[in-house]
Design a protein around this ligand. Structure first.
Ligand code: AKG
Ligand code: FE2
Length: 363
């Protein structure tokens, strides 16, 4: 699509009900205060229409009535599971993960999940990066190095050939500075802040928007498989078991958003996507089958699990906002637990971040 058509489509997109809701909740600085950038405050946001399943769950446990359009599932599950009349196939399990489980998955998301052969958004520029979190703690720098590779003559009469390749390697900050080879370098801490996704199990290729089964990959870790199967059971066709084959881990910092989208690259949409939230609170928008449908906004807190199966798989959804201020983030118990374990580096990260792990059956 070219010129006018493309810009018309763009401006139509800007006007959809989904887009309007994204703009309503997105993080903006308040321009009305003429103060310097340092003192700038977030623009106030009206949260009165955001569904709060934590509050709904508490009143449900006190045997109070549920708000209209919300139903609680009765079943063998030891947490209340809520559904929306207007979005069949969508399930919300508030507080499904204990604080210990949340801490465990935060640590995994920052240490083992971004390890090769799993890929991250940094692969395209730097190639595989090993031990990014440790490198951040050790204040390392990723430095571009030139390697001379010599290939020897395999047959008589062929010449020895020297080739140069470039690769990125972690270096101590001082030695990187000393070398001063004019090459490029980037702080590990900057790369950690800019980590946006990692993929586990079958690798998702974002450029083709499909799974590339030819890419090297490890199986989803057993403990994550077990958790996903247990959570998915509520939304599975009777008598069938969920097969976790791929997962996408999303990392959000202040101002980061996940635009409205569908996850439509999996073969069988009757299987749920199991999506768990860790760290700072967020707003999740669940739209309808068209971007013109007004989305339902809801809070996602650390430990909440959402399932999207069946018709809900056809619904646009996204994350327009995360809250990193102390009151809004709602991570005090999580912070205390991590501090108690002596994990200051994880606390530093999660204070201003949200992590989402979503697990899928691909075939
Ligand atoms: O971050 C979330 O809660 C949603 C993630 C999501 O929709 C996705 O990765 O496809
Ligand atoms: Fe999604």
């Amino acid at each position: 699509m070219y010129g006018e058509d493309a810009s018309r489509e763009q401006s139509e997109l800007e006007r959809t009900a989904f887009r309007k809701a994204e703009r309503k909740y997105k993080f903006y600085y308040d321009d009305s205060s003429k103060s310097s950038k340092k003192k700038k405050r977030p623009k106030p946001v009206d949260l009165t229409e955001v569904l709060d399943f934590k509050a709904i769950s508490s009143s449900f446990c006190r045997d109070e009535n549920l708000p209209p359009g919300i139903v609680a599932l009765s079943g063998g599950f030891h947490h209340p599971v809520f559904c929306l009349d207007s979005r069949p196939g969508f399930y919300f399990i508030p507080g499904a993960l204990s604080i210990e489980e949340q801490c465990h998955w935060i640590r995994e998301s920052l240490t083992s999940f971004p390890e090769p052969p799993n890929r991250t958004n940094h692969n395209a520029i730097y190639g595989p990066i090993h031990e990014l979190f440790d490198a951040t703690i050790e204040r390392k720098v990723l430095v571009e190095e030139e390697n001379a590779v010599t290939s020897f003559a395999s047959e008589p009469g062929c010449f020895e050939r020297k080739e140069s390749t470039r690769r990125w390697r972690f270096s101590e900050e001082n030695s990187a500075r000393l070398r001063g080879n004019g090459g490029k370098s980037v702080l590990a801490s900057v790369l950690l802040r800019k980590l946006r996704w990692s993929t586990l199990g079958l690798q998702f290729d974002w450029s083709k928007r499909n799974y590339d089964v030819s890419l090297p990959h490890n199986k989803i870790p057993d403990a994550l498989c077990e958790l996903a199967k247990q959570m998915a059971a509520t939304a599975m066709p009777t008598g069938e078991e969920f097969k976790p084959e791929a997962a996408i881990v999303n990392y959000f910092g202040l101002g980061d958003t996940l635009g409205g989208h569908l996850d439509d690259m999996e073969a069988d949409w009757s299987r749920p996507i199991v999506s768990m939230s860790l760290g700072c609170k967020a707003i999740f928008l669940l739209g309808g089958k068209s971007r013109e449908d007004v989305p339902v906004a809801m809070f996602l807190r650390s430990g909440d699990i959402v399932l999207m199966a069946g018709e809900a798989r056809e619904c646009f959804h996204g994350v327009p906002r995360i809250f990193t201020d102390k009151e809004g983030a709602e991570i005090d118990p999580l912070e205390s637990h991590l501090l108690h374990e002596g994990n200051n580096h994880f606390v530093d990260y999660i204070r201003s971040s949200r992590i989402n792990i979503n697990i899928r059956q691909v075939f």
